[in-house]
Design a protein. Structure first.
Length: 290
């Protein structure tokens, strides 16, 4: 299976490359550009085009959100012209106001923010105009490398002694970029073999948690591992932010459909964080040794 991945430096693109390197049945072509023409798509002839998500669209500049929307629309035109399956990953932040119960796939986001609504319009166009599509809504991605990796950003800030400000009243399901990459490749291989299970899916880690609790857990585990390496590092403090004083905003994705359609199980984010911190420590101790 040949896949074309856009946005080469994105943490999900790098995770897809790592996962593909472990397999003999997947070949990736990775492009820096945010969009592609029908002519280029015809020349490359992938079995599917994959677009990583715009991270944190709620806090992104409106111009960046609009640019991403326009790039996805250009990709849609190219995919329709070449009959190439389109996979668009999107942030759970499109559910701007959250929901009391876990959010099912049939619930279309209805954000109040004008730039976020622009992304919803793109999703509507994809559903209406291109049958062979996957819209994959992801919880907040974390990874050790790449753009929008979150975990690496958090580690760098803590090591620098900077104060890390994180909301404690927004509940979501952190999602390992590695786990998302493994799931996406599994889904696409099944589609390539004739599954025909196109549509929208949710993919997130297990156990809803606040950003503050996630960051606290990372800080604690990082301090423990640094102590094990014999390093005395004063990590930066955490500051809890509260934006929803009446009750926490819950943005929890129900991932039952991806399990039923593809057999994809959610990965526990705590185990994924622990594994990544172990990898980070091996790299740090190896660098120190050399």
């Amino acid at each position: 299976m040949r896949l074309l991945i856009l946005d080469a430096g994105h943490c999900l693109s790098l995770a897809l490359a790592r996962e593909a390197n472990r397999r003999s049945d997947t070949r990736l072509m990775i492009e820096e550009r945010p969009a592609i023409s029908a002519e280029a798509l015809t020349e490359l002839a992938p079995d599917a085009l994959v677009i990583p998500p715009l991270a944190r669209p709620i806090s992104a500049e409106p111009a960046a959100v609009v640019a991403h929307a326009e790039a996805v629309e250009a990709c849609l035109v190219a995919c329709r012209a070449t009959r190439t399956p389109l996979v668009w990953c999107v942030s759970d932040q499109l559910y701007e106001d959250g929901h009391d119960a876990p959010i099912d796939e049939h619930v279309i986001p209805a954000p109040r923010d004008e730039s976020l609504r622009r992304l919803i319009q793109v999703g509507d166009r994809i559903r209406q105009q291109h049958a062979e599509h996957l819209i994959v809504r992801l919880g907040p991605l974390f990874a050790l490398d790449g753009a929008s990796a979150w975990l690496s950003e958090l580690i760098d800030s803590l090591l620098a002694g900077d104060e890390v400000r994180v909301a404690e009243d927004v509940i979501f399901c952190p999602t390992s970029a590695d786990a998302a990459a493994m799931a996406l490749l599994g889904m696409l291989h099944q589609q390539h073999c004739g599954a025909k299970a196109w549509g929208a899916y949710h993919l997130a880690g297990t156990e809803p948690v606040s950003g503050y609790t996630f960051a606290s857990m990372v800080r604690t585990q990082l301090a423990t591992r640094l102590e094990g390496l014999g390093e005395q590092v004063e990590l930066g403090p955490l500051k809890a932010l509260n934006h929803h004083h009446d009750q926490p905003l819950r943005r929890v994705l129900n991932c039952r459909r991806v399990l039923e359609a593809f057999g994809v199980h959610q990965k526990p984010w705590r185990l994924e964080v622990g594994r990544m911190l172990d990898t980070w420590c091996r790299g740090r101790s190896g660098g120190a040794a050399s």
